[in-house]
Design a protein around this ligand. Sequence first.
Ligand code: URP
Ligand code: ZN
Ligand code: ZN
Ligand code: ZN
Length: 474
Amino acid sequence: MKKIIKNGVIVTASDTYEAEILIEDGVIKAIGHDLQANDAEVVDAKGCYVFPGGIDPHTHLDMPFGGTVTKDDFETGTIGAAFGGTTTVIDFCLTNKGVPLANAINAWHAKSKDKAVIDYGFHLMIAEITEDVLNQLPSVINEEGITSFKVFMAYKNVFQADDATLYRTLLAAKELGALVMVHAENGDVIDYLTTKALEEGNTSPIYHALTRPPEVEGEATGRASRLTGLADSQLYVVHVSCADAADRIAEARKKGWNVWGETCPQYLVLDQSYLEKPDFEGAKYVWSPPLREKWNQEKLWTALKNGELQTIGSDQCSFDFKGQKDLGKDDFTKIPNGGPIIEDRMTILFSEGVKKGRISLNQFVDLTSTRAAKLFGLFPQKGTIAVGTDADIVIYDPNAERTLSAETHHLAVDYSAFEGMEVTGEPVSVLSRGEYVIKDKQFVGNPGSGKFLKRSKFGEHSAQQNKELHTSSN
Ligand code: URP
Ligand code: ZN
Ligand code: ZN
Ligand code: ZN
């Protein structure tokens, strides 16, 4: 069905202008004025912004962790994402040492295929580098279209890889055309600090934060950045939570190293004191890296504004308060790490960022969509509004006011990380490849309609985009 979006203000990472959009066969066919198509459905966007669909480059849907599995899967998670204006997610495919990478990838396809209501891709976790793994990587990139790797520097004895693995992954990524992502925390030091805390009888949720101080994140961020410089490779640091880590990224970029940083809404609006809530409620806010002292928030906003951090991921990883988080009732190290953020990712950036004058409207689009598309090999198919691109579009009412709550969210998980927060701005309708997923604030999509995205190699973009990657954010 053809559609014409009329009366809205189109916003991309670079422009804000009034025009109509003609959509046909899932792509944008024309942008202009007085567009004619007799049989097209008219979508009235009066009073609304028209954004490219959001890209969430950091989700954990249907992920096993700490003896349980995230509450939200590819169905409920992507429905929540769509309500929030996100039309693409890139999820982390976990791997195990000694098991063929294809098995892990097939397992992630099985989790997502008949469930996702929006398009999706995968990042591949690298647990170890052996000759066998190196031999499998070219087909991961060239055939599977998985062009980003993830190395964990923390979660000792679970996901943590050593520095040689990180370095060799950086070298392989440079050679093959992939972007390396790191969870940057010093897992060995955390292991010592958590063991010591438990020995001293300190078992409550706040010790999650106290045993993972900002220095262990800053140190690991600096180390990964230096190794990237040494390998002349490319690095994307996920979930930057504090000034210490943001400063390490800014330093690396000043040195000319190819390092990018992502932060998440939770670090911009919540702080360490949430972990001290009574009756074990602090467990709702246990994720890694932990929430920080409040003064870090303004540092992160400034880094976003200055281009020292480039993207917003959700790090969606939800566990019920009742029945999952309480696995750690007597031992904070057993609280499954993660929170429900996917639905509110763009809302918080719009309400707290754009509305409060901390970032511009165009920066909002860049941070929540365009930059991720460029870094992760989806641009220009995704991440912008231009003729020929996928019609992934959000019609956004910038003045809608509401209160975030588990009562009204669309995830399966039993709590909201932002309960009671008053926000301004809400998607009215959301299109995925030209079809409504959300129409007039109602879900009208279909599980299984989301397509797996094979992504381009890192750096395999036009000369112009390449130039932009290297200059636009300084
Ligand atoms: O606590 C978190 N962030 N859980 C998800 C896994 C990760 O480290 O990103
Ligand atoms: Zn992580
Ligand atoms: Zn994560
Ligand atoms: Zn480049």
